[in-house]
Design a protein around this ligand. Sequence first.
Ligand code: MN
Length: 190
Amino acid sequence: MAVQMPALPYAQDALEGFLSASTLSFHYGKHLKNYVDTTNKLIAGTADESKSLTDIIKTAKGPLFNNAAQVFNHQFYFESISPKSTSVPPEVLAIIEHSFGSLDEFLSKFKAAAAGNFGSGWTWLVKKGGTLSIVSTSNAGCPITDGFTPLLTVDVWEHAYYLDYQNRRADYLAKFCEHIDWAKVAERLV
Ligand code: MN
């Protein structure tokens, strides 16, 4: 079965002030679409055609891994964002405090890790066992290949923020943290 183009969970202009409609039109409409289309070209007529996207990611190498993981990573990223500020559910707050001491400490470490993620990649909040940690991946890297359950991710490829922030990645990260969909994080925790 072909990999589907994920739906964007809000209008392309819903994040104005954080990300412009222009950024989303390129990032969602062009970059993600290209990863979906290329993945489908690469699996057409192969055994991978019948696998789930996550099963492809866990076994593929090279261009197929890169494109399939980028489909997963982008869907996960767009679904991590809320147009409106959301509150942190108690069960999420409890495990963040257990793992990082406080919400502020987590946000500060998350932003520092994402700011320091050299070049193109992703910075993630992940769970393994009863503890959360922050991991950064390069290029299309995806933590499900290391047995982590991802809870949150931020895209630090320049295409994610350059139209709106140019080289100011830290400003993009500060705004991202104000737009985390914490209800989605809670959903992914279970
Ligand atoms: Mn991207």
